[in-house]
Design a protein. Structure first.
Length: 106
């Protein structure tokens, strides 16, 4: 029984180290996408892609402060090895200090 606990502890230790290494090599930012009555996304992400009046663009961690009106498009939020797509009819994006906020239905 003691040997099983030691093995489990070693596995947990390796998992924590792998998670810390992933976070060091893949910086994240907090992304929140919501409308007055619904939250569509509220998690950490590695990038967000959208479109404004001048065309498509991407936001990555450590991006400069930024604000833009979004045109109808599909928001693509990537992080932790997965991708979430949210079709929007327009909105407002605000980026500041590794926080991206997208207001929809305004």
């Amino acid at each position: 029984m003691i040997e099983e606990n030691t093995d489990a502890a070693k596995i947990m230790e390796k998992a924590k180290a792998a998670k810390a290494e992933y976070k060091d090599t893949h910086p994240t930012m907090h992304v929140k996408v919501y409308s007055p009555f619904k939250v569509y996304f509220d998690e950490e992400g590695e990038s967000i892609s959208a479109q404004n009046g001048t065309g498509p663009f991407d936001i990555l961690p450590r991006h400069h402060n930024f604000m833009t009106l979004l045109t109808p498009c599909e928001l693509v939020i990537r992080g932790h090895g997965r991708e979430q797509k949210i079709r929007i009819s327009g909105g407002l994006m605000h980026v500041k200090a590794d926080r991206v906020t997208v207001f929809l239905d305004i």
